[in-house]
Unconditional design. Structure first.
Length: 231
């Protein structure tokens, strides 16, 4: 949700409004004295599954609290709301997106699809659900960062191709910001037994606290871009 810049009309009607030159001069003085126009805190809803929720991690070590700490450290005036539900599919996200997008939400991170992948849900169905989520955000004029999950070959090459394609396709269709792979921070150096041991929980699906730290370091700049877009 974009914040409108101050304009001459913001001063309302009256003596200033009767002269556009006076309005422009007054605005210039105001900006000069205040050092600029300050933006309000950007509220971001992180709509996702267990990866967003922080499954298996101590309080303060999950994706949302670590992301909040990263944004704070990088000077971003933003507040992250944890709208992650463990076990949620894209269908679950679609069913609750309307009440997630309250009037105070300015932007949204969408991290869904992992459970669809684990259950072998038809990628066409997942795509339709994600499209519904992005449509809801668009209707509310909420900026979105769409976060992808890399598919596996468990259900065949065609399944993986269709699953992987839905994220960039939808990002382009709706004009959202796009981050290709939630696990990029961990997978960037290659996935090895040592990587899994050091950065993943024993189930091999969810990151541990150190894994989340790597994930945040990688995705953080994209979230910062989302904050700037919402401002």
């Amino acid at each position: 949700m974009s914040v409108n810049f101050l304009s001459a009309k913001s001063f309302g009607y009256g003596a200033l409004a009767r002269s556009s030159k006076v309005c422009a001069a007054a605005l210039a003085v105001f900006v000069g004295l205040s050092g600029g126009v300050s933006a309000e805190t950007v509220t971001i809803a992180a709509l996702g599954d267990s990866l967003t929720h922080g499954y298996g991690l101590p309080a303060g070590q999950g994706f949302v609290p670590q992301l909040q700490a990263w944004l704070d450290a990088n000077g971003a005036d933003a507040k992250i709301l944890n709208a992650g539900v463990s076990g949620d599919t894209t269908a679950g996200g679609l069913s609750r997106v309307d009440w997630t997008l309250t009037d105070d939400v300015d932007a949204m991170i969408v991290e869904l699809g992992g459970n669809d992948l684990l259950r072998g849900v038809d990628p066409d169905v997942s795509r339709q659900n994600l499209s519904g989520i992005l449509s809801a955000a668009q209707a509310k004029e909420v900026d979105v960062l769409l976060v992808g999950i890399e598919g596996t070959a468990n259900f065949g090459a065609d399944y993986k191709q269709r699953f992987d394609a839905m994220y960039p396709d939808l990002a382009q269709e709706f004009g959202t910001l796009y981050y290709p792979n939630f696990f990029e921070g961990i997978a960037a150096g290659g996935v090895t037994p040592e990587t899994l041991r050091n950065f993943m929980q024993p189930d091999g699906i969810h990151p541990n606290a150190e894994g989340v730290k790597l994930i945040i370091a990688a995705i953080g700049p994209s979230v910062l871009e989302l904050v700037n877009a919402a401002q």
